[in-house]
Design a protein around this ligand. Sequence first.
Ligand SMILES: [Zn+2]
Length: 118
Amino acid sequence: MSYRCVICERVFDDSEMESALEISGGRGRSRVPITYLIDGNYHSLRKVPAKKQQQPQTPAPESKEDTELLLEVVNVLAALPTPPVPVEIKTQPLPQIEPEIEEEQITTMRAVWLNRRN
Ligand SMILES: [Zn+2]
């Protein structure tokens, strides 16, 4: 448990609090700053919600895991565009092949017509 002075914002840990002399304070009123005499100076200390500070640190690794998951998703998404590209490439050759087929059909039909004319 650490304490923070509401006046000078100095943070005192347990080792410093052992030598602290409690002058006044609302016992049972944790929200009210308690005046301590520390090293000859008066400090109005409030308990630092260490547990609440540690809680954000605990989800931090989870967020890292999330970023790792995001990276995995990004990698998957990066890998996914590869299949659509061939699809587009396959789509593009088709119109090119179709005209060739049409030309072949046309030449074939021309040949048929030429043969018929002959
Ligand atoms: Zn102080």
